[in-house]
Ligand binder design. Structure first.
Ligand code: MLT
Length: 268
């Protein structure tokens, strides 16, 4: 296994594309919906004092996209497949939005594999009845018109006004990630999020250091809710990234990497 290579890790009925860079204490990045591991490209490039691991969830990026069977439990099992394949007992796990939902599941099922947790742009509550209906509507849109139509629907809420104004390359990357997501993976993730359990009770049981990262302009996981989430977790740190919305690691890569590096440094 060579550092920097894309590995193919078998995971039950799927095969996961895993990228590993560098040496040192291990940090595993879990992307959100409907993105892929390239949303962490700045952190993969920049956090050079740590071993950085990012993988495409089943149904995303260069991983295979089984026809069905998507759930938070399945995604969390896939994380364990990745850790086992890399022979890593424990990692700092960093999840954004749906990646955070997966991290909650991992903390419930396999807390021994998590040395510390970074919760970016996410929330602990399960979907309301309205939100569940919204998931079904989006799945129908994806099935009728394809992932590009989902990109058109989602994009306006994902990025900060300043990102739209000054960073067309970020807008283009996000559009490309969404439009390139395989349909089964996109619809599967929507059903998995619709049916995910509430993680509020998990927060009080977290026994590892936690950093909560919010985007100042995030409409999907607003900063007020993120701050409240941090206050519910014993000892959690909170960082607010200015001029960023739901994709702080891509919109403000330097500021996001800096708060991550400070947190990682503090772990010793
Ligand atoms: C994500 O970025 O993963 C999604 O916004 C999560 C969600 O829709 O709940």
């Amino acid at each position: 296994m060579t550092t920097g290579d894309l590995l193919r890790v078998p995971a039950d009925d799927a095969e996961l594309a895993v990228e590993v860079r560098g040496q040192g204490a291990s940090v595993l990045f879990i992307h959100g919906f409907p993105f892929n591991r390239s949303m962490w490209r700045h952190q993969l490039a920049g956090l050079s004092r740590w071993k950085r691991i990012a993988f495409d969830l089943r149904g995303a990026g260069a991983s295979s996209a089984p026809a069905g069977g998507y759930s938070m439990a399945r995604y969390a099992r896939d994380v364990v497949h990745v850790l086992d394949a890399l022979e890593l007992d424990r990692v700092v796990a960093c999840g954004l939005s749906m990646g955070g939902y997966i991290l909650f599941e991992l903390l419930r099922r396999h807390p021994e594999r998590v040395r510390a947790a970074v919760l970016c742009n996410t929330k602990a509550e399960s979907d309301s009845p309205d939100a569940r209906r919204g998931r079904d509507e989006m799945a129908t849109l994806a099935e009728r018109e394809g992932p590009a139509a989902v990109a058109d629907r989602l994009l306006p809420r994902l990025l900060a006004p300043s990102t739209f104004a000054a960073h067309p390359e970020v807008v283009a990357q996000v559009r490309e990630m969404i439009a390139g997501t395989p349909l089964p993976g996109l619809v599967g993730a929507l059903r998995a999020m619709r049916d995910r359990p509430d993680s509020t009770a998990t927060l009080g049981a977290i026994g590892v250091p936690v950093l909560v990262v919010a985007g100042e302009d995030d409409q999907i996981a607003p900063p007020g809710g993120m701050r409240a989430l941090a206050q519910t977790i014993a000892g959690a740190q909170f960082a607010l990234i200015p001029a960023a919305a739901h994709l702080a690691p891509l919109e403000q890569p330097l500021a996001t990497s800096r708060v991550l590096a400070d947190f990682l440094d503090g772990l010793g």
